[in-house]
Design a protein around this ligand. Structure first.
Ligand code: NAI
Length: 327
């Protein structure tokens, strides 16, 4: 099978080559898949794509004009694909539903602790021989109320860790999770979670009804000094509203691993050119905003699972077996 791998980073090449147990022929393209690059895939049987590849209707139609019969997402989320068009054109879509919920949950905690204890600022100070603590005071997580929006595999893994910190856990999810309830997580309506939580962490998918879930109305209801963490999808948060409420001093701190317009920025080295996105510049200039560039998934264990499951998905397709991870 000939596979075109889009948005390929050096670590993708390394892992896909290292674990290529079925001997597939791989072509790596650094570029993201979009209308301009879709033609690169035409001589291949399958494409392998990531979160910021564009799988809108036009791109899928171009792929269907070639030999592409299957799209293998090497991620869990599938908000970037027009599933009606893939269905109409009989192109299979598979994904990696869970590769390491702990990788994302642990990164969420890393962001929360770094932000709260101002470790990013402390590190820079010590490097410059400034050992003053002025302005570095944090707060205990112990006994704080954490609101978790979405308690699937990542939300649950996050709840387990926060339970260990001695936090009270509130959750909102249209499908409550029995394992979370057994842990002592209390499901409440979204409004109650928003008004009662000291820290709110997003772990729900991006869907039409979760787009800009965190908007002005949400932030108006939130507690004074709320801390917000988003390691899920950038478009869950209305960035302009977040900037407004950070400036007003209502949001105490914001940590994001995902950003509304990340497609133009993340996974690229723009240190030589700078960036044009003024909203992003405003966010990254604020001292109480911590940003990582979509790296929550990025552990050895997760990369191994992503590659292994992707190969397994393609093998099942090739051998006409049931596609367990079909979207
Ligand atoms: P999952 O499918 O196991 O859980 C998602 C949960 O969200 C489900 O329990 C679902 O019922 C719930 N949900 C659906 N609509 C909701 C709503 N309107 N309000 C609240 N909850 C709602 O997914 P998983 O694996 O836990 O991943 C969650 C999200 O994390 C993914 O959709 C993806 O966007 C993001 N993600 C981010 C990564 C990163 O590197 N930053 C890596 C992997 C996933």
């Amino acid at each position: 099978m000939k596979i075109a791998v889009f948005s390929a980073q050096p670590y993708d090449e390394e892992y896909f080559n290292r674990y290529n147990k079925y001997g597939y022929s791989l072509t790596f393209f650094k570029d993201r898949l979009c209308d301009k690059t879709a033609k690169l895939a035409l001589q291949h049987d399958a494409i392998c794509v990531f979160t910021n590849d564009d799988l809108g209707s036009e791109v899928i139609k171009t792929l269907a004009g070639g030999k592409i019969k299957i799209i293998a997402l090497r991620c869990a989320g599938f908000n970037n694909i027009d599933l009606q068009t893939t269905k109409d054109l009989n192109i299979a879509v598979v994904r990696v539903p869970t590769y390491s919920p702990e990788a994302v949950a642990e990164h969420t905690i890393a962001l929360l602790l770094t932000l709260n204890r101002k470790l990013h600022q402390a590190h820079n100070r010590v490097k410059e021989n400034n050992f003053s603590l002025d302005g570095l005071m944090g707060y205990n997580l112990h006994k704080k109320t954490i609101g978790v929006i979405g308690t699937g595999s990542i939300g649950l893994a996050f709840c387990r860790i926060m339970k260990g910190f001695g936090c009270s856990l509130l959750a909102f999810d249209p499908q409550p999770n029995k394992d979370a309830e057994a842990l002592g997580v209390r499901y409440v309506p979204l409004d109650e979670l928003v008004v009662s939580s000291d820290i709110i962490s997003l772990h729900c998918p991006l869907l039409p009804n979760t787009h800009h879930l965190v908007n002005e109305a949400f932030l108006e209801k939130a507690k004074q000094d709320v801390v917000l963490i988003n390691t899920s999808r950038g478009k869950l948060v209305d960035t302009q509203a977040a900037i407004t409420y950070l400036k007003k001093g209502k949001i105490k701190a914001l940590a994001i691993d995902v950003y509304e317009k990340e497609e133009a920025i993340f996974f690229k080295d723009l240190s030589g050119t700078g960036i044009q996105d003024d909203q992003f510049k405003q966010l990254s200039a604020l001292p109480n905003v911590l940003i990582s560039a979509h790296q929550a998934f990025f552990t050895h264990e997760a990369m191994y699972e992503i590659v292994n499951t992707t190969y397994q998905n393609l093998k099942c397709f090739e051998e006409n077996l049931i596609l367990e991870n079909t979207v």
